[in-house]
Design a protein. Structure first.
Ligand SMILES: [Zn+2]
Ligand SMILES: [Zn+2]
Length: 317
């Protein structure tokens, strides 16, 4: 029943948009999972297309495959923004960077790979350059690939504020609370043409997400859930859930920020041999205890066109 409720919103938005001109501000969820290896959900990553720019937020497992499904060459990514350094958010970076440098049309980057992130981005990229030094040397000599295409331009920041501004696109980073030992961790607000998209990053319930997410056209939030019986039985599960936002808490964020459309991504569903993971319907039902506005459970390759309406589209190959 609860599933039907979100689906109703989905159909309505889809129908409402049918006659509108395409907006040039669009978000596509490339990966909506947590570290759990799954075939249906890849690692965390969100693509934001604004005007002629293509911005990637995190690069988890499988990003090149998702971009290929969208027919977007890896080399077309203008900037990669990193939220934090948990490997589920970064393990796709070497793949996007190295594969994106190859000469076929699906790749073909001839200018430096541009990365923006909180402190740690420079070390990550320079260590990747060391780790893949032999591949880079081989391809320079053997395939004569352009040296500029494998170079990196890395910018770090350490406070809330504007971290990128170009051709009418502004990206604002803000700190989030992902856990005592998990610092730095940030979310991003992307502004373009008077509209805004906010990505929570990995976070607990955090006032800063409400502050930067206030009135957003699209608020994309992580969520973490485990059955109460599993929570009671497992300290590691309690620790993981304490690093994330429960459905009830995300509902509180959405209720206060009041976005035009709220979306779940980075869906952490915990289980063990005894207790199965919560269903998505249960996650939505718990969210509905504290939030009654528009809500969509994100899926890989689901897209959102930000215009007069926020149009949700499921992926159709
Ligand atoms: Zn994560
Ligand atoms: Zn994390």
């Amino acid at each position: 029943m609860r599933g039907a409720l979100i689906f109703g919103v989905f159909v309505f938005m889809f129908g409402a948009a049918a006659s509108r001109a395409d907006s040039d501000f669009k978000v596509t969820l490339l990966g909506t999972a947590s570290p759990t290896p799954r075939t249906d959900r890849f690692g965390p990553s969100t693509l934001v297309e604004a005007g002629d720019q293509k911005l990637l937020f995190d690069a988890g497992r499988g990003v090149p495959i998702r971009l290929r499904q969208l027919n977007i060459p890896l080399g077309r990514i203008d900037v990669l923004f990193i939220t934090h350094y948990h490997s589920d958010h970064t393990s796709g970076i070497p793949d996007v960077w190295l594969t994106g440098w190859l000469s076929p049309p699906y790749a073909h980057r001839t200018t430096p790979f541009h990365v923006v992130g909180p402190a740690g981005a420079k070390a990550l990229m320079s260590n990747l350059e060391k780790a893949y030094a032999l591949d880079i040397k081989i391809r320079l000599e053997d395939e004569k690939l352009p040296p500029a295409g494998i170079a990196t331009t890395v910018e770090e920041f350490d406070t809330d504020g504007v971290v990128y501004e170009k051709n009418g696109v502004k990206v604002i980073a803000f700190a989030v609370e992902h856990g005592q030992a998990i610092k730095p961790a940030v979310g991003y607000r992307i502004e373009y043409g008077g509209r805004s998209v906010v990505i929570s990053g990995d976070t607990r319930y955090d006032q800063n997400v409400i502050k930067y997410g206030a009135g957003a056209d699209l608020l994309i939030h992580e969520v973490g859930s485990a059955r109460p019986e599993l929570m009671a039985a497992s300290v590691p599960v309690q620790r993981i859930i304490a690093h994330h936002t429960t459905p009830r808490e995300v509902g509180m964020v959405f209720s206060q920020a009041r976005p035009r459309m709220a979306v779940f991504t980075h869906i952490v569903l915990l289980s063990n041999e005894k207790f199965p993971e919560p269903t998505l319907d249960e996650v939505v039902a718990e969210t509905r205890q504290t939030y009654s506005g528009p809500l969509v459970v994100g899926e890989d390759l689901m897209s959102f066109e930000i215009g007069d309406a926020v149009t949700v589209r499921r992926y159709k190959p």
